[in-house]
Design a protein around this ligand. Structure first.
Ligand SMILES: Nc1ncnc2c1ncn2[C@@H]1O[C@H](COP(=O)(O)OP(=O)(O)OP(=O)(O)O)[C@@H](O)[C@H]1O
Ligand SMILES: [Mg+2]
Length: 261
């Protein structure tokens, strides 16, 4: 059984003004098949947590650990993390000019599995997943995310999720910018992945509407670089009604100047 454990995670980022501490002691355990939603104000460090799990080089872990099935994730390169079964759907997916969606998916699948997928089943799988996500076939030959609308980019992230079959997925505001139909289609994609592979999910969102389709087991409130409260799905409804005032962020969100050495 897969488990992702985040313990006392402290993360800094270097800025032109000096070092800023963004994550300030995050503790979180996600078991296989569990869905954890993270909600919190802008700038509280949610994407920083997502990038740190994925291994973005801008973020320096200064304390704490991330373990995946007991293995030290922080010692792994980005591609080792992907091969271990970690997946990130980005808040702002990047464009990759010159690389078609087809080539990208096939290259990623080959890198993750250590061998090329069989041509016949792969072509069928790609077609089927694109059809499931109501993506026009033409997208297969377009360059990754180039000229895609906001919602099309999010759908393309979930296409990768369906085909690469990770054990654990971080979805960073995958619902933002989706129309009502697309929200449903994308949510169904996530639920399918969960049903097929027992996926564990960390779902970052500002809105409860996606939680009607993807039912969270736990909701965490993220404020100023750490988890301020956790509860069940009812917590999400309360947050939508009341906002984050009760957590009284006395200092600017998630920042604290650390003197340069
Ligand atoms: N590379 C960076 N350089 C400078 N500041 C950064 C960098 N990355 C993050 N930060 C700062 O860290 C804080 C947390 O950012 P982060 O993107 O993690 O917030 P978030 O909770 O995802 O917000 P949102 O809900 O708006 O997506 C912000 O104040 C942001 O400006
Ligand atoms: Mg963010």
């Amino acid at each position: 059984m897969s488990v992702l454990e985040i313990k006392n995670l402290h993360v800094n980022v270097e800025t032109e003004q000096g070092t800023r501490e963004i994550l300030r002691g995050v503790d979180l355990t996600i078991n296989e098949g569990e869905i954890h939603a993270i909600m919190g104000p802008n700038g509280s460090g949610k994407s920083t947590l997502a990038y740190t799990i994925a291994g973005h080089p801008k973020y320096t872990v200064v304390d704490g650990e991330i373990l995946f099935d007991g293995e030290n994730v922080l010692e792994m390169s980005v591609d080792e993390r992907a091969r271990a079964g970690l997946f990130l759907a980005m808040q702002y997916p990047v464009e990759i000019p010159g690389v078609t969606v087809t080539n990208f998916l096939r290259t990623a699948k080959t890198a993750i599995d250590g061998e090329a997928p069989s041509v016949r089943t792969w072509v069928k799988d790609v077609r089927e997943s694109m059809a499931n996500l109501k993506m026009d076939k033409a997208f297969a030959e377009r360059n990754v995310n180039e000229g895609f609308s906001g919602g099309e980019k999010k759908r393309n992230e979930i296409l990768q999720l369906e085909l690469l079959k990770p054990k654990f997925a971080v979805l960073d505001e995958t619902d933002s910018g989706l129309d009502v139909d697309a929200l449903k289609i994308v949510s169904e994609g996530v639920n399918r992945a969960k049903a097929n592979t027992g996926l564990g999910v960390l779902l970052i969102t500002h809105y409860t509407r996606i939680l009607r389709y993807i039912k969270p087991d736990f909701v965490h409130v993220f404020v100023a670089g750490r988890i301020a409260e956790q509860g069940g799905p009812e917590l999400a409804d309360r947050l939508e009604e009341e906002g984050y005032d009760r957590y009284q962020v006395a200092e600017p969100a998630a920042v604290e100047s650390v003197p340069a050495e």
